[in-house]
Ligand binder design. Structure first.
Ligand SMILES: [Zn+2]
Length: 157
């Protein structure tokens, strides 16, 4: 909790025109906390809300492989559990120097849950990055309004 407050403060105080780089740097700090004894592939993320708060994440693996969580979903879950649903951008980083880290398919769907047009910054360790919107990464999106058309009305309504 303390570190989160620190992260929020540090971003807003450092916020400049280069907020995208600031967000990537915060994702790199979060990557240092990755728990990845199985893959040995640390990933970090930093999620910026529309009102300027930052929630960071790292991958958290488990001996039961499918229980592991990606850095992006850790950040989203932290934000949502604190009452934040409106996001401006998420930065994602890894140690790969020759290619930008990209969210996995599952994370793309999770990001999509909170809007189609916010920004995903996929970075390299040298702070270079590829900038896309969520829907760029998951075209032909499956969203709740697609489902609601077919959901049966509850008789009590
Ligand atoms: Zn993922």
């Amino acid at each position: 909790m303390t570190s989160l407050v620190h992260m929020e403060t540090s971003l807003s105080s450092k916020m400049t025109d280069s907020w995208e780089l600031d967000l990537i740097k915060l994702s790199q700090e979060a990557m240092g906390k990755a728990y990845c004894p199985y893959s040995k592939f640390p990933v970090g993320s930093a999620l910026l809300t529309t009102d300027g708060k930052v929630f960071t994440g790292c991958n958290v693996e488990n001996a039961c492989n499918y229980l592991g969580l990606c850095a992006e979903r850790v950040a989203v879950n932290k934000a949502v559990s604190e009452g934040y649903h409106n996001f401006k951008a998420i930065a994602v980083c890894s140690e790969m120097v020759d290619t930008y880290i990209t969210p996995c398919g599952g994370c793309r769907q999770v990001l999509l849950e909170f809007g189609q047009t916010w920004i995903v910054l996929m970075s390299k360790p040298d702070l270079s990055y590829e900038k896309r919107t969520v829907v760029d990464l998951i075209p032909l999106p499956f969203v709740s309004r697609a489902m609601s058309k077919y959901v049966q009305k509850d008789n009590s309504e």
